[in-house]
Write a protein that binds this ligand. Structure first.
Ligand code: GTP
Ligand code: MG
Length: 315
């Protein structure tokens, strides 16, 4: 059986292999993805974001337990932050996720942010697609909520959970970063620490002033991941949100805007591969310095239109 067929059958080794192909943008990755693409994959894609140390991994670990109790299979893509501050994160994640090592119903993969080829958000979305094609009931993407590419990743999820914790500054940060607007569920983790009510108050105030919530009011749930508290409620709310998406026109609307953004990003990726090498091929450093950048980019664009782009030989 070919790789695509094996993935569809839920073969985890095939899945792992395909993920490497896709991450490294190896020859044929796009046709593999195209073949496995299925608009009607039944699984729910859940984005979990929040600042470093908010307890995302601890939470996801406990949620997995809850989902497994309910007979659901789960795949997790944890985006490995490059930030030196969270250098220990991966090791920590591995230790936490060890709980599920023996379980065939759970698949965990860390994604590097090496990102030499293409963007992180594209690669991440592709990996999520592979996981969905493998038939997991739930695919969870964990990212630290900073930066545009992570915001893009969140925008590709069906449901977005923002993890906050009582210690100040967090809510405003999320608000500024644009995450508040796309969050479908707010989780106040570390609810064992002081300041929960204050955080909840701030959150409610901000929710009042943003206008988008006509049909779905994002609930606020409190959790203590280290004590496995509140997981039941998070799972229920995520379920509820998914039912809401499926039963309303919201899901189609969301997908339409997601698809448009995705096609744009993919074009950018493709374009970048083809067109940016022309800069070094046709212009000396001296020319780059002397010409204004508008002129240079216009010239490059004209060269590309004349067919000077690089063909990547993609299968
Ligand atoms: N008191 C308390 N501590 C918690 C809770 N949940 C997680 N922690 C602790 O918070 C720290 C960070 O937890 P992680 O799960 O690694 O947080 P994260 O958001 O995944 O962190 P990064 O991946 O580095 O961004 C760990 O020491 C956890 O034990 C909680 O509910 N209460
Ligand atoms: Mg983590």
């Amino acid at each position: 059986m070919d790789l695509g067929g094996k993935i569809r059958k839920g073969d985890q080794r095939a899945l792992a292999k395909a993920i490497s192909i896709v991450e490294d943008r190896k020859h044929g990755y796009r046709s593999l993805l195209s073949r496995l693409y299925d608009e009607n994959n039944k699984g729910q894609i859940i984005g979990v974001t929040g600042s470093p140390g908010a307890g995302k991994s601890s939470l996801v670990n406990m949620l997995v337990k809850e989902w497994r109790k309910r007979g659901k299979t789960v795949a997790i893509a944890a985006v490995d932050p490059t930030s030196p501050f969270s250098g220990g994160a991966l090791l920590g994640d591995r230790v936490r996720m060890k709980d599920h090592e023996e379980d065939d119903g759970v698949f965990i993969r860390s994604l590097g942010t090496r990102g030499s080829l293409g963007g992180l958000s594209e690669a991440c979305q592709d990996v999520v697609r592979l996981m969905s094609a493998s038939g997991f009931d739930l695919v969870v993407v964990e990212t630290v909520g900073v930066g545009q590419s992570e915001l893009d990743i969140m925008k590709t999820a069906d449901s977005v959970a923002l993890v906050l914790y009582p210690s100040g500054g967090d809510v405003i940060q999320a608000f500024k970063a644009g995450i508040m607007e796309i969050a479908d569920l707010f989780i106040i983790n570390k609810a064992d620490l002081p300041g929960v009510d204050q955080l909840k108050g701030e959150l409610e105030d901000l929710l009042h002033i943003s206008e988008r919530f006509g049909k779905w009011s994002p609930p606020i749930v409190e959790t203590i991941s280290t004590e496995n508290k509140g997981m039941n409620e998070v799972v229920e709310k995520l379920d509820e949100h998914f039912r809401f998406l499926v039963s309303s026109s919201e899901r189609t609307e969301r997908r339409l805007s997601q698809r448009k953004q995705e096609v744009t990003r993919r074009l950018q990726e493709q374009f970048l591969f083809e067109i940016s090498p022309l800069l070094d091929r046709y212009f000396t450093h001296q020319e780059v310095l002397e010409q204004d950048p508008y002129e240079t980019s216009e010239k490059i664009f004209q060269l590309w239109k004349k067919g000077e782009g690089t063909k990547r030989g993609e299968g």
